[in-house]
Design a protein around this ligand. Structure first.
Ligand SMILES: *Cc1c(COP(=O)(O)O)cnc(C)c1O
Length: 386
């Protein structure tokens, strides 16, 4: 059996090696390293793929979130509501800009921001909601957009984990996530579903004026060369990363399909075990994984382990050379940097429980059946012995 990796970038590279190597060499020959034609082409191709009017490439997914918030003109003191159960980048940029992060609990089934908790957290100072499409599953965008409209709030989708996922609204219309809110961010960090070979990110919006503002912000606040109209940043996607992304974008749907296929096999193997709760898709009933649409792109395949020692399971898997991850082990509201006396533990019962129960299994495009069988039987053996 091949050694199991949490993420197998090497195996994926082998399939696209000729194209990637040739295009990277072309960029080097062209010496158009920054803002070259490859960046522009990638931007156009991603706009088409996502069906959004504007993609603005930038240096990474954390910058993308920060720039989106700067573009919306959020000001110190403005409150921004986001999920307690996510990667810290989301809350970090809110705090960095002097905005006030308001962390709220998540839904135990989808792991995504709890819509009731958003409603309860709104104050006259609230200016924006940042839903994260956690682990590749779209947040409840119908309800979030409805709340935003009712209270005149911006919605910034953190789509670092959900690129390529489709959201089906209650009315039945389908949209790629990242094109639903006022603005969205994504990351092309190597292990993301669409990853480059270094750092990269992008901002998406359908709003022409906001796109114009953001294009200046990523480039030192310049709209005309050497005229600095607003305070900006330096955040660029370089041409080598863009050319890698151009080589991979045509495969994104098949990469996501391979992830879903693996997820289906995992879920089938764990079916009927009451102590292993498998992840759910948004549009399906029960715990089966939707066969017809890409509502979940499985950036992570995350189980909840009930009435068993999750940390001992992590150790057991590592002892069998199976990598795994705990995303995330500490709720953001309990992190030193983001603690706030306004928070009340009773408002975070789901996150406080999830951090003890979750475990993410290896998930990438190259897992084979032998590896999947070994992973699932090793998990089940451990649970059966508990
Ligand atoms: C990865 C990630 C980010 C940050 O992206 P970087 O490119 O690493 O800066 C932000 N939010 C979420 C939810 C992420 O998973």
């Amino acid at each position: 059996m091949k050694k199991i990796q949490m993420v197998d970038l090497k195996g994926q590279y082998e399939h696209i090696k000729d194209r990637v190597n040739a295009s990277v060499l072309d960029v080097i020959e062209s010496t158009a390293f920054i803002n070259g034609p490859e960046v522009h082409q990638f931007q156009k191709e991603l706009e088409e793929y996502l069906d959004v009017k504007h993609v603005i490439p930038c240096a990474n997914g954390t910058d993308a979130l920060q720039i989106a918030m700067m573009g919306l003109g959020l000001k110190p003191g403005d409150e921004v509501i986001t999920a307690d159960f996510t990667f810290a980048a989301t809350v970090e940029v809110i705090a960095l800009l002097g905005l006030t992060p308001v962390l709220v609990d998540v839904d135990p089934v989808t792991f995504n921001i709890d819509v009731e908790a958003i409603r309860n957290a709104i104050t006259p100072k609230t200016k924006a909601i940042v839903p994260v499409h956690l682990f590749g599953l779209a947040a409840d965008m119908d309800s979030i957009m409805e709340i935003a409209t009712a209270h005149d709030l911006y919605v910034i989708e953190d789509n670092a984990q959900g690129i390529g996922a489709t959201y089906t609204s209650k009315a039945g219309s389908k949209k790629k996530v990242g094109g639903i809110g006022h603005v969205a961010s994504t990351s092309f960090f190597p292990s993301k579903n669409l990853g480059c070979y270094g750092d990269g990110g992008a901002i998406f919006t359908n709003d022409d004026a906001l796109a114009h503002t953001i294009r200046g912000i990523v480039n030192h606040g310049m709209y005309i060369r050497y005229h600095h109209d607003v305070v900006g940043v330096n955040s660029r996607l370089d041409s080598i990363q863009a050319t890698v992304l151009r080589a991979k974008l045509p495969y994104l749907d098949s990469y996501n399909a391979a992830r879903r296929n693996t997820a289906r096999k995992y879920t089938k193997a764990f079916a009927g075990n009451p102590r292993i709760i498998t992840p759910t898709g948004f549009c399906d009933a029960g715990n089966s994984i939707c066969e017809v649409c890409d509502c979940h792109v499985f950036h992570q395949y995350t189980l909840r382990i009930i009435d068993a020692d999750r940390d001992a399971l992590v150790q057991h898997l590592n002892d069998h050379d199976i990598p795994c991850g705990v995303y995330y082990p500490i709720p953001l509201h309990l992190q030193k940097a983001y603690a706030d006396e306004r928070y009340n533990e009773a408002d975070f019962t789901v996150t406080n429980q999830l951090v003890r129960e979750v475990i993410s299994l290896p998930m990438h495009t190259e897992l084979d059946d032998e590896q999947i069988d070994f992973i699932t039987s090793t998990v089940k053996n451990f649970i059966d012995q508990q």
